[in-house]
Every structure is written in C-alpha cells, then in structure tokens.
Design a protein around this ligand. Sequence first.
Ligand code: PBG
Length: 352
Amino acid sequence: MALLELETKKLVTDHCSLITRPRRLRQTEALRSMMRETELNARDFIYPLFVRHGSGRTEIRSMPGIFQLSVDEAVREAESAASLGIPSVILFGIPAEKDPLGLENFADDGIVQQAIKAIKRNTPDMVVVTDVCLCEYTDHGHCGILNVGGDGLATRPHAHLPEGYVLNDPTLDILGKVAVSHAECGADIVAPSGMMDGMVAAIRAALDECGFENTPILSYSVKYASSFYGPFREAAEGAPKFGDRKSHQMDPANVREALREAALDVDEGADMLMVKPALAYLDVIRAVKEAFPELPLAAYNVSGEYAMIKAAAANGWIDEAKVTLETLTGMKRAGADLIITYHALDAAKWIR
Ligand code: PBG
C-alpha cells in the first residue's frame, strides 16, 4: 500500500517537463467546438431520389429508408428535404420500358422529366440535379450504345472493337439529348455519370446550342468501377445484363489517373467535379481538391456505404447517428464541398 502511494505521487509530480499539451484544448465541449475545423451542414447535402411510374413508394431491400418513388412521392420527399434545410436533390429514373438506346431517357414525358417539373413546381428553390447516363434506360443495362452486330437502329457496329463494347462517340450524341431534355424541363444542374470520354464537352455544346448556356455541369469526373454500387443497381434497376463497367469506369487502384480525368473535365467546361465512391477514396478527394481548388467538389457517399452502416446499425453493432456523421465529416475534411448521400434527411436532423 505504501508502495502504491509512493508510485502515485511520483506519477502526478513527474510531468512538469511537458510544454506542449494538445489535451488543454480538449477539456470541455465549449473548447472543443471552438477548435473544430470541419463542420457539417444540411446545405452540404444533395439527396438522391429514385423515381418510377405508378403510384406510392416501394422500399429498396438493401437500402432501408430509401424508396422507389412515384412522382407525387418524389415531390413529398423533396419537400421533406427542403424543410430540413437540404438545398438539392439528384434524380434517377426507372423507365416504363427499356430498349437498346434508352429512348425514355430523353422523352418529353419520361419519368425524370415529369419529376423535374413536379418538384420545381412545388418547391421552386430546390436545386434539381439530374443524373445523365444510359444504364437505367437501356435493356442491356450498359452506360452507352453497344457495339453489337445486327440490323437494329441501335447498332453501329465497329468491326475493330469487341462485341458488346460500349461505343464512346455515338453515346455522346444521346447524352447531349438527355441533358437538353432535362434542362428543358427545368433541371438546375446536369450530372453526367457514364465516364464516356468527351461527355462534358458534348453536353456543354448540346446545352449551349439550345440556349442553356447557364445550366451548370456537375461531372462525375472520377468514378471508379466499384463494388459499392450493388444496392443502387437494385434501386435503379440498372445492373448490366452481362459483363461489367471496367472499360469506362476507373480502376480502384489509380489516383494519378483521377487527376487526368479531372483535368480533362475542367478543360471541357465542367463547373463542378465529383469523386465517387467516397469512403474508400478519401485520398482521391484530397488529391482532386488540391489539384483543382477553384472548382466545387462533390463526393458521392454511395449505396454500398449507406447499406453497410444500416446493416451494422440494425444489428446493434454501431451507433448509426454517430457513425454516419463521423463518416460524412471525414468526406468533408478530405476536401468535399458537397456530399451526395442517402443519409441526408437523417443527418440533417442529427446535426440539429
Ligand atoms: C449510373 C450511376 C450509378 C450510380 C450513380 N449513377 C451506378 C453505376 O455506375 O453502376 C451509383 C450510385 C450508388 O451506388 O449509390 N447512372
């Protein structure tokens, strides 16, 4: 006992040599909040909505709390977002029918076109972003027109390219049409996600030609061929029917290539850049932010990242609110100005 007293005394008096003590600034919540470098805000969030034909809403099995929505329900969901201070939604459409070209993608009465108009009518200040890609609309589930033999309208066979290859330049024409169609319905920002070379330039030209020179482009500049998109493909019914997306989406091992992609998009006139996914790519977010500090940068906190937190929380293994906010804070700390996240509504509530 005497020995313990002696040791304790030594432990509490032996410290005087320490001059620098980071813990001084962590003593109280008031001090901690003064020293906080990164702060999440509801206005950082863009909330994804999946719109489909018909009525009501259907929960996505692998994404609890996220639904396929009718136009009416999408309007309601956008309203909830607005009431929580979330400034923006991004729309994904599930068409009535799919075909090799994805015709509903640029149809006047397409599902996304209807949703844009309805949301803008009901909540005019809501910034409506639209995803511009082919994969949810094509019957083969790929992000572009395929190099397939045959006599269909959809085919432009290029003999030197493999069967089933996603053709780059013919796809650009369609992307331009889709972006213009969205802009005509009142979309505030278009966001090409297909990783086609030249997609930003093609969309910029198509928009400008139709008088939409003020419609900004948020490019999915740095999008990886990631396995974290699994739940989204269930939600948007856009999984490829064969093969994968590795001929256009990036190899997860690369970061120099990310800077090349971002530089090209900047040259082509992108107004905002994106890194996707976010959680396993925080270093990429940082690298892109440092290389292009003058452009707003979005991070896409993708479906698989959402599903992992939901599943662990449902098992009682993690604290959903705390882990979610920690994750989103990490993305912002890494350099993201905006975060596309399925957690947006809950996170906005938790921040309050
Ligand atoms: C393509 C698109 C995808 C996602 C957003 N846009 C799927 C893909 O590239 O396969 C994934 C988003 C997510 O996983 O949350 N239109």
